[in-house]
Design a protein around this ligand. Structure first.
Ligand SMILES: NC(=O)C1=CN([C@@H]2O[C@H](COP(=O)(O)OP(=O)(O)OC[C@H]3O[C@@H](n4cnc5c(N)ncnc54)[C@H](O)[C@@H]3O)[C@@H](O)[C@H]2O)[C@H](O)CC1
Length: 500
């Protein structure tokens, strides 16, 4: 499991290191170790993108703080590797003096930042190093950084971000309008929350050991699943198993208007584990046509025993659908509330009072709007935690999976961030597949005590994996997929995770 820490914890852990360096009369000792890591990974990117290091050109974009200092010291190291190094000083009066002198002693050239600074540099660089802001960054890039970065991005120059891509908030992971999109982010000692929350903007994240010690997890620590962990935990039948021991999930999905949701959800549940799937709804014939192993029932009340329920995909929002949600929650089993069930809960919050077992809500951003009445999109993890805490304060044992390219799962105590690795899953019906997988894993009891958090995290990982497998099934860079393709790729995705 990856752990990502808030700025406050990072600063606290760095403090004794910086104090010791200063006491030893070498205040930049730690920064030079950090900078050596930046130089190392920049050289790797140069080899990858420019075919070598010696003689290649590196442009430093240098801000006013220690983040800029890291970049300048890294530039000095790269000069020693034979690179041509120029530094655009965005605020020459506030630049890190010792690091700037180190770059100049190494033969690096400086250009005073300002609009058009790029035009005064020798040539289009092979790589740019973003040393604009790091832990203290707030808000979007400001001028002249914004136009400098835009010009380099427009020219196709790859970026190495020091600590964090500038324009990305370290704790909330908010990616502001003007920001650096990094190919590689080099950070120090431990992941920051943004490295999980804004994973697509960070690119490949490399952690440099700067001797950080005593960094412990706390309430603001964010967790990221590792593919191999999910693969190891995935339930597969053993010698003593049968259809019941793997867990029985019951699904109330589909309607005359949305028959396909029933097929996608039930079929995904069948593909996820070797347990048994029950189905309730008007789509029985369609479900059985594709998956004859599904056991169908005429109503929620008449459905046989199940260890978990999924309710909502395509099920409608009328009085009958609301009654079914109430009936499902009244069965007293861990329940996934998805799609139309979330719309019903938003308009009838009292429904959740019927839940005597854990519930997992799986909204996308629009459904989360309806559930919360509006949320602070500049702080996804904060908005999610506030909502979950509110439900729990009302005595509802709720976990919420907030969908996105980076999906968040929060159970009121822990937050997980799962980067899908691509955006191929952004297609109609994709959520129906996810809810079926979650329901099957929940029925299996994957994760301690049947709490929905770990099954939700694992399902989100498999869902993202399946989308990538499906998109690349014909080889090459991948092509758009439908939810049916994602569904068909689930077995290959689960197998890949199990072999990770
Ligand atoms: N000191 C060490 O040995 C180590 C430092 N590390 C690096 O230090 C940065 C954190 O440095 P700090 O000086 O605290 O802040 P920043 O460089 O991130 O920001 C400086 C400055 O920038 C201004 N600012 C804030 N937002 C913006 C913005 N959107 N645009 C422009 N300018 C902005 C604000 O005034 C800030 O004070 C850390 O990230 C590491 O790279 C390492 O941790 C290693 C040890």
């Amino acid at each position: 499991m990856m752990r990502a820490h808030p700025v406050e914890a990072i600063r606290a852990a760095e403090h004794p290191l910086l104090e010791a360096a200063t006491a030893a009369g070498d205040p930049d000792a730690v920064m030079r170790v950090a900078a050596a890591g930046v130089a190392h990974h920049t050289a790797a990117l140069l080899r990858e993108r420019a075919g070598g290091v010696y003689g290649r050109s590196v442009l430093l974009i240098v801000g006013s703080g220690d983040n800029g200092g890291d970049a300048l010291y890294a530039g000095a190291v790269l000069r020693g590797r034979g690179c041509r190094v120029e530094a655009v000083l965005l605020d020459p009066d506030r630049v890190h003096g010792r690091a700037l002198r180190a770059l100049r002693r190494a033969g690096g050239r400086t250009v005073v930042g300002g609009t058009g600074a790029i035009a005064r540099t020798a040539s289009t660089p092979d790589v740019a190093i973003d040393g604009i802001v790091g832990l203290a960054g707030r808000g979007p890039l400001r001028e002249p950084a914004a136009s400098t970065v835009a010009a380099l991005t427009g020219a196709g120059v790859p970026f190495v971000a020091v600590d964090l891509p500038s324009g990305v908030d370290a704790d909330t992971g908010t990616v502001h309008e003007a920001h650096v999109r990094a190919d590689v982010t080099v950070t120090f000692g431990a992941l920051r929350r943004a490295h999980l929350l804004a994973s697509p903007t960070c690119g490949r994240v490399e952690v440099v050991d700067i001797g950080l010690a005593g960094l412990r997890s706390g309430p603001q620590t964010m967790f990221g699943p590792v593919r191999a962990e999910v693969g190891r935990a995935w339930p597969v039948p053993g010698p003593g198993d049968d259809k019941y021991t793997q867990g029985v999930v019951a699904i109330r999905a589909g309607s005359g208007r949305y028959p396909g949701a029933a097929v996608l959800c039930a079929s995904a549940a069948v593909a996820a584990t070797s347990g048994m799937v029950r189905y309730v709804g008007p789509g029985a014939a369609d479900v059985l046509a594709g998956r004859p192993e599904v056991v169908c029932h005429p109503s929620v009340a008449e459905a046989g025993t199940a260890q978990s329920w999924v309710v909502g995909p395509g099920a409608g929002t009328g009085t009958g659908a609301v009654a079914d949600i109430d009936a499902v929650l009244g069965r007293g089993r861990p329940t996934v509330l998805d799609a139309d069930a979330l719309t019903c809960v938003a308009s009838h919050p009292v429904l959740l009072r019927s839940a005597s077992a854990p519930v997992l809500l799986t909204p996308h951003a629009g459904e989360f709007d309806r559930l919360t009445g509006g949320w602070d999109r500049a702080d996804r993890p904060g908005a999610l935690r506030r909502y979950v805490a509110g439900l729990r304060d009302r005595g509802i044992e709720a976990t919420v999976l907030l969908k996105g390219r980076v999906t968040l799962v929060d159970d009121g105590e822990t937050t997980w961030a799962i980067d899908a690795g691509s955006s191929w899953a952004a297609t109609a019906g994709s959520g129906d597949v996810l809810s079926g997988v979650v329901g099957a894993l929940l029925a299996n009891g994957m994760g301690a005590g049947g709490t929905p958090a770990w099954p939700a995290v694992a399902a989100a990982v498999a869902h993202g994996e399946a989308a990538q497998v499906a998109a690349r099934r014909t080889g090459g860079a991948g092509a758009p997929i439908g939810a049916g393709d994602l569904l068909s790729a689930l077995p290959a995705a689960i197998s890949a995770l199990r072999g990770a």
